[in-house]
Design a protein around this ligand. Sequence first.
Ligand SMILES: C[S@@+](CC[C@H](N)C(=O)[O-])C[C@H]1O[C@@H](n2cnc3c(N)ncnc32)[C@H](O)[C@@H]1O
Length: 443
Amino acid sequence: MKKIKFCDIFFNMNKDEFKEKIIKVKIDEVNINGEGFCFLDNGTKVCVKRVLPKEEVLVQKTFEKNNFINATLKEVLNKNPLRVQPKCPYYNICGGCDYQHLSSKNALKQKKEIITKYFSDLYNKEIKANKSQLDFNYRNKASFYVFENKVGFQKENSNKLIEIDNCMLLEPIINKALNIFKNWLIENKTKDINHFVIRTLNKKLIVTMVVEKTPKNLDKLLNCFKKEFVESSLGFYLNFNKQKNVILSDKWQHIFGLKFLEDEFEGIKYNVHPYSFLQVNNNVKNDIYKLVLQKIDNQVVIEGYSGAGLLSAILSKKAKKVIGVEINKKATKDAEKLKVLNNINNLENINGDCKTILPNLAKQYKKSIFVIDPPRSGCDLQTLTAIKENKIDKIIYISCNPYTLKQNVKFLGDEYKITDFQIFDMFPQTSNIESVVCLERVK
Ligand SMILES: C[S@@+](CC[C@H](N)C(=O)[O-])C[C@H]1O[C@@H](n2cnc3c(N)ncnc32)[C@H](O)[C@@H]1O
C-alpha cells in the first residue's frame, strides 16, 4: 500500500494556509481518551491522538474554539523512546486503532498509569492491569461498510470508505470471509448492499448481508462460502435495511445453515444470534465474568444493564437469586431463552429501564449485591441514589468509560469506598479501557 507523505497532503495548500493549519507542539501527557495534550503560551489546550508524552510533533488543526484545539498528527519530530512502528498499513488512515504506536505491553502499562493518576483522589492502592490473551486477532465481530462495490471501514470522523483487505484486530476467519465477499463483489457489482457483518465463535461463522433488496447472484456467493468453509460451521442471513443511521433493522431473513452460534462458559450454555450483544474479546469477557463471580456470595444479586443475560446466568450458579434488568426487549428475550436452556430457577429477567426498576429493587432487597454494567453514558443517578438510601453494602461496577465511572463513584460520595480496582485490556491496540471496580459501604 502506498504510504501517504506529509508533502502529498499539503500539495494543494498555499503557504499561508499551510502555516495557519499546522503547528508544532510538545506533548505533556496522554489523557483517559488516549489523546495527547499540551498548552500553548496563550493557554490554549491542544489535543491530538497517536502521540506519546514528551514528543515534539507537527499537528494539523481540525477544530478550534474557545482556547481549545483539536488536531491530527502529521509528523513526529522527536520520538518518545517507547514509540514503535505500527504493524497495520491502515494505521492513522482507517481510525479504528489509536495505540499501535506502543507495544501491547507498554500500551497496557500506559493505560494503568493514566487510570491510576485519574483516580488518585479516590483510590490509592495499586490498580491491577489484566492482559488480553491475544494482542491482535481478538475481535469476534466486524461490520464492514459497503459503498460503490468497495468494502472497508468508515474513516474516523468522516463518511469516506477506507477499503481494506485485512484488519489485524479481527479473528482470521473474519478476514477470510471478507475476501470471499470482496471477490464476489468485484464480479457481481451491485448497489443493493450497505453493510457486511460477520460474527464468529469457536471457529464457526455467521454472515449477514445488510441489503435494500435481495442482491442478484446470491447463490454464487453462497457457493463461494460453501467451498471455503465446512457447511456445518456456517450460517447466512439477509437483513433488510434502508436506513443509513443504524446498521441493522428488525427485518431478518435466514438464508442458509446455522441460525446462531453456540458456546459454553462456567457451565452455562449460550447462543449468540447475529443481532445479540456480546463483548468482542471473548477471553477478556470470560476473565471479567470470572472476577465478578469470585466477588459475589450466596446472596441476592441485582444485575443492572444485563444485556442478553449471560453474566446473570453465570452468577445464578453461586447466588441465592439473581435479578437482571435490561432495556432492550430482544436481549431480555434472549436472557429468558438462556434461563430455559440452562434450566435455571433462581433467575428473574426484567425488561425495562434501570432508572425506574433498580430503585424499587434496592428498596425490596436491602441486603443484596448490585452488579452494574452500564453503557458509556454511565449509571443513572436514580439507581445510585437508591443504592445510597437503602444502604446497599456492595457494588461491582463494570465500566467501559473511566470518565462516567469516576463521576458515578464521586456521586456515591464518602459512604462508599473502592476496595478493588482492576482494568482489563478488552480492546488491545486501542485507547479504550474496561474497568471492574468493587465498592463497599463504609460502616
Ligand atoms: C455494556 S452493555 C452490558 C451487557 C451485559 N452486561 C454483557 O456483559 O453482555 C450495556 C447494556 O445496557 C443496556 N441499557 C442501556 N440503557 C439502559 C437502561 N436505561 N436500562 C436498562 N438497560 C439499559 C443496553 O441495552 C446494553 O445491553
